[in-house]
Design a protein around this ligand. Structure first.
Ligand SMILES: [Zn+2]
Length: 328
């Protein structure tokens, strides 16, 4: 069988910090969340980390993570053309320091270097737990967990638009933070298209429902913005804890694609919507084709689409600011 680009990319996963490092300060009880980890000292009194079965378990975690990642890379292999790929490292966050509680994995755009073909991902404890519990039986993974890496690889392919959005996030101005919030519907919606086009979704089950969910989520966010001047931490906790973008985002992206690039994709998108509404997957070829189109939706295109959907909320000292945002 010919090796594809996805097979040739170097993928390397490692637990960080490395519990087997001789200078490691990792405590035994910190590792007890790992299913199958033996916290007892060895018969000869050596540290539990160095029990043969624990060394084998830690190695298996790294290899399993690579294997799941490579499977997802193969799934998206057509999209890898024209992207420089040399090295992908997956840092397994086994102490739960980097990954938020709600996040199973993440693409680290800040430490990635697309110009060198080097990319960094993070895997969470919950993802690793799910892999260990499922073993070789992939049907034991939840459908959403099973496509975790497709989601993160789409973020990777979308690198520069992700970076552009994050410039809004790091701004001190509320109006820019709000723009970042809106763009999260694009970024997460795009990354979750693979899941939706497989005929899978959560609560939101149509474009109409997505618009309704978006409307009420934005009103909640605007209320919070008007309540007080938020610090960065408050933004992250109060605004992004809601994360409606995963629910509504992929549907809104499909809605946008219907009229994107002169409506040429409308028929294909309608065909996809018909399939999804019956809970059926779209063919792999068409799924990839739609994601390829969606990757061409730039930040500005999405803001042009979403701004008319932003409800106006007039009250308080920021009303003018919000008005301006809606009207622009
Ligand atoms: Zn994401």
């Amino acid at each position: 069988m010919n090796k594809t680009k996805a097979d040739k990319v170097n993928v390397y996963a490692y637990l960080t910090p490395d519990p087997l490092d001789e200078d490691s300060t990792v405590e035994t009880e910190w590792m007890e969340w790992i299913p199958g980890f033996n916290a007892q000292e060895d018969e000869d009194g050596s540290h539990p980390f160095f029990r043969d079965e624990n060394i084998a378990l830690l190695k298996a975690i790294e290899l399993t993570t690579v294997s799941h990642f490579r499977k997802s890379l193969r799934n998206l292999s057509v999209l890898l053309t024209n992207h420089l790929f040399d090295h992908i490292q997956i840092a397994i966050d086994h102490l739960g320091i980097v990954c938020r509680d709600t996040s199973v994995a993440s693409y680290d755009y800040g430490n990635s270097q697309p110009e060198m073909g080097k990319y960094v991902m993070h895997a969470s404890r919950s993802l690793v737990s799910a892999y260990i519990k499922a073993g070789h039986d992939l049907t034991k993974l939840s459908p959403y967990t099973a496509v975790t890496w497709e989601h993160e690889i789409i973020h990777l392919l979308d690198h520069w638009e992700v970076v552009k959005s994050c410039v809004y996030k790091s701004s001190a101005l509320a109006i820019n933070k709000f723009t970042y919030y809106l763009l999260s519907y694009r970024n997460e919606g795009l990354a979750d298209l693979f899941y939706l086009l497989n005929g899978r979704y959560h609560e939101v089950n149509s474009i109409e429902a997505a618009k309704t969910a978006f409307d009420s989520a934005v009103q909640r966010v605007q209320h919070k913005m008007l309540e007080k001047d938020m610090t960065d931490d408050e933004w992250n906790q109060e605004i992004f804890s809601e994360m409606d973008c995963y629910e509504a985002g992929p549907w809104l992206m499909l809605d946008l694609l219907r009229s994107f690039e002169g409506c040429w994709h409308e028929r294909l998108i309608d065909e996809a919507l018909l399939k999804i509404s019956k809970g059926e997957p779209l063919s792999h070829l068409k799924t990839i084709y739609i994601i390829r189109i969606a990757l061409r939706v730039k930040t500005e295109d999405f803001l042009d689409y979403i701004m008319p959907l932003v409800p106006k909320y007039k009250q308080g000292v920021h009303a003018e600011l919000l008005d301006q945002l809606v009207l622009n």
